[in-house]
Ligand binder design. Sequence first.
Ligand code: GZL
Length: 321
Amino acid sequence: MKSLLKLGVAALACAVIAGCGQGQDSDQLVVGFSQIGSESGWRAAETRVAREQAEARGIDLRVSDAQQRQENQIRAIRTFIAQGVDAILLAPVVETGWDAVLAEAREANIPVVLLDRRIETADEDLYLAAVASDAVEEGRVAARWLAEEVGDRQCGVIELQGTVGASVANDRREGFAEIVAGNPNLTIVRSQSGDFTRSRAKEVMESLIRSVGGPNICAVYAHNDDMMIGAIQAMTEAGLNPGEDILTVSIDGVPDIFRAMAEGQANATVELTPNMAGPAFDLLEAYLDDGTAPEKWVRTDSPLYLADTAEAEYAQRRDRY
Ligand code: GZL
């Protein structure tokens, strides 16, 4: 634990309860990470990078995998509070239902930093900062590319949404829809959740191919690359040609989407860095050392990648995930 106030509180608390959140040495920062799960390649990379970033800083990082269930995340946060950790990282699976448990963390004087998703709250002081992309802009970037690609051709789009209730799913849908609204030749013919996973997205895409009909599908927009990989499998098994007859655009920039682009089965991805924990640790260390107030939103970039650089991008990234 770092800050003097915490040392006083901790010493008192540690006299009373066993299993205090002390790192190996009393000066070591102890951080609890309530992680959503491992639903996608991007999520698994975020966890791995968080461990690397903690290791590099000598931080004792305690990761709890919630298997995509909010009640498990809330339980993990309460455990971290009881352990008296110095700070908590939270990747909130959905955007509502956090006020009570975050108020308990504030009561215990434990700062919380949100990673890669946002929460809906009337009290923005419940968390110290958020490290996340602008998911509305990610949706706009995807739709602008598609609009450019189809020109004035009529194009029926299938949208595979992320987890119901997740801020990024709502925002990526909003951004995409905003650009579609300004392009009369783009029409979202179906929009359904694939829960950010390959398997669920494959099932959903199989059923949409049956109901919409392959020839009526001009493009697929998936809120993450893993769902697009599942959709590509479904399209290929149905005898369709994703990346050629059916345009694809998704988000994350995981190695497998670069491989699909290099093989001509996908067209575009909007990258999301898996390194959300590094900036979070930096702002936490400054805050805990001398009270430096961080920016409320540390925004990560959303660059677009296309098939023309996919081969090189895949070669560079495949060992990083
Ligand atoms: C986005 C993040 C999303 C990724 C998915 O910030 O929350 O969650 O795009 C992951 O791959 O499931």
